[in-house]
Design a protein around this ligand. Structure first.
Ligand SMILES: *[C@@H]1O[C@H](CO)[C@@H](O)[C@H](O)[C@H]1NC(C)=O
Ligand SMILES: *[C@@H]1O[C@H](CO)[C@@H](O)[C@H](O)[C@H]1NC(C)=O
Length: 394
């Protein structure tokens, strides 16, 4: 009887082990036992055909002129109410007030939260989820919204194909500190361990975004973490935002994926998913390859200055030519009274013979230009020349 009891107990245990635990009870990770290659065993959507992130191959994107600039709504009207921030063991999440939203899509979307993905080992060691032409950025910010025109809340929307809109902001490392990101990074130490929560001062969320909200890549994809619902209209901005190396290192080294009570502390690093196959999907671009060469304000300034310099240069040349014509006209009339202080010909011997008088006036001017060029480039030569006769004369 005892052995039968033991047998039944074993059977029960086996049964419990073999039925997959409820998906929301599984502790998934990026590497390890329930790492990203195993996600689909527990979360079937993760094995779907429209998964995120993806590698954006810019030459294979399709320009869609109907993709208008995205407009953040109320991102800057943060008010005084602090924002809720928490470490969920996978990332740091900042909840967003429901008056923040997104326009520029076929429906109005309401902001829910934002979070980050990053790597380890500092700059140029990966960290972003989306890649452009195979290249990773150092980190990536996701601002998550749900379709509040069609669905009552996030949980209802997140399983629908048009339920969510996520902004993807690629973050690279540079020299300068990005003060906007300090509104998050300064408070990471309050949520070092998984499940910790903190209130942080509200701040201008729009200041985290790139300046150019008109150029982005658009495709249909998924949540990049389990349960990987294929419910996201993705917009990955073409312009990257920059943080300093010190800021990146803080992001990479402050948080733990382990809980406060866990004896083994695990740094929360490399929380980015590998890029997924596009399969049948097309990535659209809100800008064409030609307009990809559209000018930044710096370039516009450079061109304006260039054009101004060009105009000044042209004025100088025209003035020079006019003077030259005047000089030769004077010579021709044999009223040789060259004013050496204004003539560019003052290096020439004053007994320079008159040019051929039969030339027509415009032709003559052209001829003179050539003459000038020759004389200025072969100055030294000319001085030694005993004959002052111009070589270009026919
Ligand atoms: C979301 O909306 C659905 C459908 O109206 C409702 O059943 C559910 O309780 C709501 N969830 C939350 C978290 O409000
Ligand atoms: C996303 O899917 C919807 C529905 O299938 C489709 O109408 C839309 O064009 C797709 N958008 C992109 C960017 O592929």
């Amino acid at each position: 009887m005892d052995s039968l009891g033991l047998f039944i107990l074993l059977m029960l245990l086996c049964f419990q082990w073999t039925i997959a635990p409820a998906a929301d009870e599984v502790t998934w990770t990026y590497i390890g036992l329930v790492g990203q290659t195993e996600w689909s065993q527990y979360f079937p959507n993760c094995g779907g055909t429209s998964q995120s992130p993806v590698d954006v191959v810019t030459t294979q994107t399709k320009y869609d002129p109907s993709l208008v600039p995205l407009t953040p709504l109320g991102y800057s009207q943060h008010g005084n109410k602090p924002l809720n921030m928490y470490n969920n063991g996978h990332t740091v999440v900042i909840e967003l007030p429901e008056w923040m939203g997104l326009a520029g899509l076929p429906w109005l979307f309401t902001a829910v939260q934002m979070h980050l993905h990053w790597g380890s080992g500092g700059p140029s060691h990966g960290g972003s989820e989306h890649t452009i032409n195979g290249l990773s950025a150092d980190a990536e910010l996701h601002v998550v919204h749900y379709n509040s025109e069609l669905y009552p809340n996030m949980s209802a929307a997140m399983t629908q194909s048009d339920g969510l809109a996520v902004l993807g902001i690629l973050i690279v490392t540079g020299e300068e500190t990005n003060p906007a990101f300090n509104s998050i990074l300064n408070y990471l130490s309050r949520v070092r361990h998984a499940d910790q929560k903190a209130l942080i001062p509200a701040f201008d969320v729009e200041s985290l975004l790139p300046n150019d909200l008109g150029r982005y890549y658009r495709y249909n994809g998924s949540l990049t973490t389990p349960p990987c619902y294929q419910s996201v209209i993705w917009s990955v901005f073409h312009e990257r935002v920059q943080i300093s190396k010190a800021q990146l290192l803080r992001l990479e080294t402050i948080l733990y994926s382990s809980k406060t009570e866990d004896t083994d502390r695990m740094l929360l690093q490399d929380n980015y998913r590998a890029t997924q196959p596009l399969n049948h999907r097309v990535v659209f671009a809100s800008f064409s390859a030609e307009s990809g060469k559209e000018l930044s304000s710096g370039e516009v300034t450079a061109i304006v200055i260039g054009v101004m310099c060009g105009c000044v240069g042209l004025a100088v040349i025209i003035r020079f030519i006019v003077k030259t014509i005047r000089f030769f006209t004077l010579l021709h009339r044999e009223t040789v009274a060259v004013n050496s202080s204004t003539s560019s010909w003052d290096v020439l011997p004053s007994n320079r013979p008159a040019p051929m008088p039969r030339m027509e006036e415009p032709e003559k001017a052209k001829e003179k230009k050539q003459d000038v060029a020759l004389n200025t480039t072969a100055d030294g030569e000319k001085k030694e020349e005993p004959s002052p006769s111009p070589q270009t004369e026919p």
